[in-house]
Design a protein around this ligand. Structure first.
Ligand SMILES: *Cc1c(COP(=O)(O)O)cnc(C)c1O
Length: 373
């Protein structure tokens, strides 16, 4: 079967902008490949730290970092003052829950297939996760949500926009409208969607990580909170008068060079055109699913036209996912992830192989994977 992908120019420029991969990298849902410019910007800042002193270098990068908060906020429909740099998506959720100080026992509605570290984090803060109504694929049932919000509303809704274990895009815009009408805050986990799908959808909180679809450095994350909710947060140490209150959730000690690298990566994403990026990523997902479904007895979980680049595969009877992932890496140079059911125990019934190509992937890469399977 021969497929063609839209925006081949994006594939070519994305490939050219970064180091040559050692093999076939189909693992951006875990960690993308950074560009030369993002790598160099982070290295340049680290060099400045050695030349000027770490705190002098950070102060010199102040305008640049503020520009970063501004463009990242823009992706989520928020302003620079609504954005805090943190260390990861998990760190963003921890910062939010630390500041929110909700009474123990408060109910939080989340997907049955919620990312298990998120559920653990909610429980650590004394909150009670309760399942949102979903269909057989784990996609939220909007009528069911409307009934939940009208009947006995939770303290907030936590929605993982695209799960880690399945390439399904949740209808977050529709969820945001229902939540807003009900006066229930919506917290969006955009770890798998920032840089992959539109996240400017009206959520009260959007948090994400740098290293996945934005292809920024590891060890950096972002927390974006609308002012009305930010005003309800109590940081451990408040900021001085005149500084945006959310800044209190940035850790004083941080990988500042990584933040600089991230803002270069975001700049590249904007220059590529987020709409074009989404079109090509969606087309890559479609091509992956149509090429792989049924190959060697592996079965694709997602609908073929789901507008994401992430595909998961259920193994044929008697085939283990973990050794398959190792064999693909060692014998074929194909990088992808094996995801065990502990990732989302409320939804997964067994392990899957996750394929998550970024813009530079080609039909040839997908055919090589099909042949290896
Ligand atoms: C990766 C991921 C996270 C955690 O991101 P970190 O930056 O590793 O903390 C949270 N939620 C989802 C859906 C993820 O895929």
């Amino acid at each position: 079967m021969s497929e063609s992908l839209p925006h081949e120019d994006l594939g070519a420029s994305w490939r050219q902008a970064r180091p040559r991969p050692a093999g076939r990298h189909l693992d951006s849902a875990a960690c993308s490949r950074q560009s030369h410019r993002a790598l160099e910007a982070a290295a340049h800042h680290a060099r400045h730290e050695a030349e000027l002193g770490g705190y002098v270098a950070e102060a010199a990068a102040d305008d640049l970092l503020q520009q970063g908060r501004s463009v990242i906020g823009g992706l989520a429909g928020m302003a620079a003052a609504d954005v805090a740099f943190v260390e990861s998506a998990q760190a963003a959720l921890v910062a939010l829950l630390t500041g929110w100080r909700l009474p123990a026992g408060s109910r939080v509605a989340c997907l049955p297939g919620e990312y298990s570290p998120n559920v653990a984090q909610l429980r650590t803060y004394g909150l009670r996760p309760e399942p949102l109504p979903v269909d057989g694929l784990g996609r939220i049932d909007l009528d069911g949500l409307a009934r939940l919000l009208a009947g006995d509303p939770p303290r907030f809704v936590h929605l993982t926009h695209i799960p880690s274990h399945r390439g399904v895009l949740q209808p977050a815009g529709e969820v945001a409208v229902l939540c807003r009408d009900a006066g229930v805050p919506l917290v969006l986990d955009a770890a798998q969607s920032l840089g992959h799908a539109d996240v400017d959808l009206g959520a009260d909180v959007v948090y994400a990580t740098s290293r996945k679809w934005l292809a920024g450095p590891r060890g950096v994350g972002v927390l974006c909170v609308r002012p009305a909710l930010a005003a309800q947060l109590t940081p451990v140490l408040p900021e001085a008068e005149g500084v945006p209150p959310l800044r209190a959730f940035e850790s004083g000690e941080a990988h500042v060079a990584g933040r600089v690298g991230l803002l270069v990566a975001v700049g590249e994403h904007l220059a590529a055109g987020p709409d074009r990026v989404r079109e090509r990523l969606g087309a890559l997902g479609r091509a992956t699913r149509s090429l792989l479904d049924g190959v060697g007895g592996w079965r694709v979980v997602e609908p073929v036209d789901e507008p994401t680049a992430t595909t998961t595969l259920v193994p044929p009877d008697g085939v283990d996912v973990v050794p398959t992932r190792t064999r693909l890496l060692n014998d074929h140079g194909i990088v992808l992830s094996a995801i065990g059911p502990e990732r989302a125990p409320g939804e997964m019934t067994g392990p899957v192989l996750r394929v998550s190509p970024h813009l530079d992937a080609s039909i040839d890469d997908l055919e090589a994977l099909a042949a290896a399977l």
